[in-house]
Write a protein that binds this ligand. Structure first.
Ligand code: DX5
Ligand code: ZN
Length: 226
C-alpha cells in the first residue's frame, strides 16, 4: 500500500494581492503542492481577476506547479499566453465551450496538463468522450465567480461518480474539488474520492489557515485498492 497524499492547491483569489510574491512563498513553505490561479474575465463570470502577466510575475517566486483555472469565454484565445507565462496545468470549463475536445488538444500540444472544470449544475457525462485527453477534472463545489461561498453538499455524489469513472481509466486523472473547502468539508470530499483540494479563504483568510495545508494532506490515508 502506498501513501495517498492529497494535493493541496491554495487559491490566490483570497490572498493579499498587494504582496502575492510573499503569499506564494508562505504556502510553499507550509507544504502546498500547486498554486491555484482563478482567472476571471468579466464575461464567463461577472468578476475580473488577473491575467497572464500576474502568473508570469510569480513564476520566479516558486517551484510549485501552477494550476490555472480559466473562468473565461473563448479560452482558446488565451492558452498560449498562459503557457508562456509559466502555467503547468490549464483547466477550461465545459460550459459554453462548443469545442472542448479541440481546446484540450491545444493544451496538450502546448506541453501542459489539461483539465476540464464542471459547474455545479453540469452533469459528468459531458466528459464521456474526452477522458483520453484529461489529466485533471475540477469539480466546482460552488458556483464560480467568488471565494468564500458555502460548499454545495450535492457535489459529494458527483465526486463519487467521477472517482468511479476515473478508476476505470487506464491513465491517471486528478480529481480536484474547488469551492467551500475547509476543515469540515475537506474530509467529506476526500472520502468521496477527491485527490486534490483547492482552498482559498480557508487557507488565506481564516485564522491559522496555513496549518490546514498539512492537515488536508494527511486526509488520504492508504491508497484504496482499485
Ligand atoms: C471560485 C474559484 C475558487 C474559489 C475558492 O470561482 O474557482 O477557486 O476561489 O475559494 P474558497 O476556498 O474561498 O471557496
Ligand atoms: Zn478555482
Amino acid at each position: 500500500m502506498t501513501e495517498n497524499k492529497i494535493k493541496i492547491a491554495p487559491s490566490l483569489l483570497s490572498a493579499d494581492f498587494s504582496r502575492l510574491h510573499e503569499e506564494v512563498r508562505r504556502i510553499e513553505e507550509a507544504g502546498a503542492d500547486w498554486v491555484h490561479f482563478d482567472i476571471m474575465d468579466g464575461h464567463f463570470v461577472p468578476a475580473i481577476t488577473m491575467g497572464p502577466l500576474v502568473v508570469q510575475s510569480l513564476r520566479p517566486a516558486t517551484a510549485l506547479a501552477f494550476d490555472v483555472h480559466l473562468m473565461v469565454k473563448e479560452p482558446e484565445k488565451h492558452l498560449g499566453a498562459f503557457a508562456a507565462a509559466g502555467a503547468d496545468m490549464l483547466t477550461v470549463h465545459a460550459e459554453g465551450n462548443a469545442h472542448l475536445d479541440r481546446v484540450l488538444r491545444e493544451i496538450k500540444k502546448l506541453g501542459l496538463k489539461a483539465g476540464a472544470a464542471l459547474n455545479p449544475s453540469t452533469p459528468v457525462g459531458v466528459l464521456e468522450y474526452v477522458w483520453p485527453l484529461l489529466d485533471l477534472v475540477l469539480v466546482m463545489s460552488v458556483n464560480p465567480g467568488a471565494g468564500g461561498q458555502p460548499f454545495i453538499p450535492g457535489m459529494l455524489s458527483k465526486i463519487e461518480a467521477l472517482a468511479g469513472r476515473i478508476r476505470g481509466l487506464e491513465h491517471p486523472v486528478e480529481l480536484s474539488v474547488d469551492g467551500g473547502i475547509n476543515a469540515q468539508t475537506a474530509p467529506q470530499v476526500v472520502a468521496a474520492g477527491a485527490t486534490a483540494l483547492v482552498a482559498g479563504s480557508a487557507v488565506f483568510r481564516d485564522h491559522g489557515g496555513l496549518e490546514l495545508i498539512q492537515a488536508f494532506k494527511t486526509l488520504g490515508g492508504p491508497r484504496r485498492k482499485v
